[in-house]
Design a protein around this ligand. Structure first.
Ligand code: RIB
Length: 298
């Protein structure tokens, strides 16, 4: 059985809970501090692995204590890290995060070794072992472009979360089967769009297979050649939304492996992301059983 591969970032999240998200120039006295494993790539990989066995993670990490601890954590969780590369002299990615009262957040990332993963590293991967391969944009864009090209050539289903958002070349877009931006990111990957629908139509015309725009508590919108379809999410009380989008993508890949219908994979992903926001930490994921139980309430 072919596996899922997530290629992307591993960051240590340094999180402060705060009654208020600070404005520029403002100092706010926050609450408790916590350190959690994060990074969009690792979050997606852990979500996919928690919900569906058979996931590998590929990332660049530093030869520092954060990197060593992070690698040990992934291995303790049973993650296959054989494609993780350690870069001497680089620090492991770190994310400084403030989480507000309603679970909303602001994040600044120091990417460190995440940016060291190179196009040559992509060329050394045998993509034919994988059915689904996911990328985000906390790695070098040339690495993402090369990885998408090779994965697509090997017959994999390719997934790209364009976060943090940047303009995407036609070369990248033509190799993406599933683009999964949020409603801000979809307007930032191309120039000149102010509406989600026209932006999605343009992306489809450039060769993207499907676009899923995640809409937070409003669920998500799917755009493809069949038109637009909306999916509502599940009603929960959010306490920490960090990693909810990553959870959606990881769970969506697991859902594609588990179900025949796209609708079911999306509902499964919505249920997993809804449960994630009720827990603290980017990788605090519910089990497959819990997600299926919530899914059945729809
Ligand atoms: O998407 C959430 C993630 O963004 C955090 O875990 C943080 O590390 C940043 O990469």
């Amino acid at each position: 059985m072919k596996k899922i591969l997530v290629i992307g970032s591993a960051n240590m999240d340094m999180v402060v809970k705060s009654p208020k998200i600070p404005r520029v120039g403002e100092t706010v006295l926050g609450g408790v501090f916590a350190q959690h494993e994060g990074g969009k790539g690792a979050n997606q990989a852990m979500a996919a692995k928690t919900l569906y066995e058979g996931t590998l993670f590929c990332a660049g990490m530093g030869d520092d204590s954060i990197g060593r601890d992070y690698l040990a954590y992934l291995q303790n969780k049973g993650m296959d890290t054989s494609l993780v590369k350690i870069f001497k002299g680089s620090h492991t990615g770190v994310a400084l995060i403030t989480v507000g009262k309603e679970g909303q957040n602001i994040i600044t990332v120091a990417p460190g070794a995440n940016l060291k993963l190179s196009p040559a590293d992509m060329q050394s991967i045998d993509f034919s072992q994988f059915s689904h391969v996911a990328f985000q944009l906390e790695t070098n864009i040339d690495t993402v472009e090369e990885g998408l090209k090779l994965a697509k050539k090997a017959g994999c289903t390719t997934i790209l979360t364009p976060a943090p958002a940047k303009l995407l070349s036609d070369e990248i877009l033509k190799n993406v089967d599933w683009l999964v931006p949020n409603e801000i990111e979809i307007l930032q990957v191309q120039r000149g769009f102010t509406s989600m629908k026209t932006a999605a139509e343009s992306l489809l015309s450039k060769g993207v297979g499907n676009v899923i725009v995640t809409l937070g508590e409003r669920g998500c919108a799917l755009f493809n050649n069949d038109g637009e379809q909306r999916f509502s999410t599940f009603s929960v009380r959010p306490i920490d939304t960090v990693g909810a989008g990553d959870c959606f993508t990881g769970a969506f890949m697991a859902g594609l492996k588990m179900f025949d219908k796209i609708d079911q994979a999306i509902t499964f992903a919505n249920a997993a992301a809804s449960l994630k926001v009720t827990k603290v930490g980017a990788q605090s994921y519910a089990t497959q059983k819990e997600v299926l139980k919530l899914m059945k309430t729809k």
